[in-house]
Design a protein around this ligand. Structure first.
Ligand SMILES: NC(=O)c1ccc[n+]([C@@H]2O[C@H](COP(=O)([O-])OP(=O)(O)OC[C@H]3O[C@@H](n4cnc5c(N)ncnc54)[C@H](OP(=O)(O)O)[C@@H]3O)[C@@H](O)[C@H]2O)c1
Length: 278
C-alpha cells in the first residue's frame, strides 16, 4: 500500500477530501521545483502546496500534469498573493495562477495573508467564493487568518473557509488557533511543520521522543501534527527525506510525548497575521 493511503484523508466542510499530509514547495524554483514535485508524487504525496508568490506555479504544474498520476487523485493548492487582493484583482490573479499551472481547474485556493491594513480580504473572499460556485476551484480557504479575520469573512459572506493554513510546529503549537478553526468547522494545515530547518529537529525533546520510537526527529514531529488532527505540509528537496516524511503511520506517540513536544519554548518563525505585509 502506498504510504499516503495509510494515513487517509480528512473531510472538509464542503464535503471534499483533503489528504492527511501534503508537500510544500516554498523557496524552490525552476527545474528543481519540477523535479521535487515529481519525486514527491512518486513517493505518494497527493496534496501539493504552492502559491503565486513562490514563482514556481509553472514548474509545479508541469510536474503534476507530467506525473502520470490521475489528475483527480491530486489536490493542487495555490494562494492569492497580496498584490492581487480585491474582487476583480483576485479573479485576474486566479486566471494567471491557473494559466501558469496549466490546469483547467484548481482543487484548493487560499487567500495567502489577510493583510488587514489593506482591508481587502472580504472582497477577495467574495471572488474566491464565486470561483468555487463557477466550478473553477473545488474548495476555498485562507492562510494566516486569526479568529477575528475568520469571523468577519463568515459574518459578511455566510461562507466558512474549508481550510486555514497557519504556521504550526512544536515551537508554535497554536492551541487557540487550532481550537478556533475547529470550532468553525475549518481544517488546520500546518506550514513550517518541521520548524523550517531552524534547529527544531535538533532539540533534545524531539530527539528523545524520536529515539524512543526508533524513528527520525522529522517523523516524530510529523506524527505529532497527525495526532493533533492537523495536516502538515513538509518540504524537502531530498527524495529519501520526502519518503521518510510520509512514513508516519506505523507508530503512536503517548499523551506524555505529545505534551512534551508541545511544551518547547514558543516563538514565531514567520510573520504575524495582524501586521504582516506582503
Ligand atoms: N501559507 C504560508 O504563509 C506559508 C509560509 C511558509 C511556508 N508555507 C508552506 O509550507 C511548506 C513547508 O514549510 P517550510 O518549507 O517553510 O518548512 P518545513 O517544511 O518546516 O522545513 C523545511 C526544511 O526542513 C528540511 N527537512 C525536510 N525533511 C527533513 C527530514 N526528514 N530531516 C531533516 N530535515 C528535513 C528541509 O531540508 P531539505 O529540503 O534539504 O530536505 C528544509 O530545510 C512550504 O514549503 C510552503 O508550501 C506556507
Amino acid at each position: 500500500m502506498p504510504l499516503m493511503s495509510a494515513l487517509g484523508s480528512i473531510t472538509l466542510n464542503d464535503g471534499h477530501l483533503l489528504p492527511a499530509i501534503g508537500f510544500g514547495t516554498w523557496r524552490v524554483t525552476g527545474d528543481e521545483a519540477t523535479d521535487e514535485v515529481r519525486s514527491a508524487l512518486e513517493a505518494g504525496y497527493r496534496l501539493i502546496d504552492t502559491a503565486a508568490s513562490y514563482g514556481n506555479e509553472e514548474e509545479v504544474g508541469r510536474a503534476v500534469t507530467g506525473s502520470g498520476v490521475p489528475r483527480e487523485e491530486i489536490v493542487v493548492t495555490s494562494k492569492l498573493r497580496g498584490a492581487d487582493q480585491g474582487y476583480d484583482a483576485a479573479l485576474r490573479g486566479f486566471e494567471r495562477t491557473l494559466g501558469a499551472l496549466g490546469l483547467d481547474r484548481l482543487d484548493l485556493y487560499l487567500i495567502h495573508w489577510p493583510l488587514p491594513a489593506r482591508d481587502l480580504y472580504v472582497e477577495s473572499w467574495k471572488a474566491l467564493v464565486r470561483l468555487r460556485e463557477e466550478g473553477a476551484v473545488r474548495s476555498v480557504g485562507v492562510s494566516n487568518f486569526t479568529a477575528a479575520h475568520l469571523d468577519r469573512l463568515i459574518d459578511e459572506t455566510g461562507v466558512t473557509p474549508a481550510v486555514n493554513q497557519i504556521e504550526l510546529h512544536p515551537g508554535l503549537v497554536q492551541e487557540e488557533m487550532r481550537a478556533a478553526n475547529a470550532a468553525r468547522g475549518i481544517v488546520t494545515e500546518s506550514w513550517g511543520p518541521l520548524g523550517r530547518g531552524k534547529g527544531l529537529l535538533d532539540t533534545p525533546a524531539v530527539r528523545e521522543v524520536a529515539a524512543a520510537h526508533g524513528v527520525s526527529p522529522a517523523r516524530a514531529v510529523l506524527r505529532w501534527h497527525h495526532q493533533l488532527g492537523v495536516v502538515p505540509l513538509p518540504k524537502s528537496a531530498d527524495p529519501l527525506r520526502q519518503r521518510e516524511n510520509l512514513d508516519i503511520a506505523g507508530f503512536t506517540l503517548s499523551d506524555e510525548e505529545m505534551a512534551r513536544l508541545g511544551s518547547l519554548p514558543q516563538r514565531r518563525l514567520g510573520g504575524d497575521p495582524d501586521t504582516h505585509e506582503e
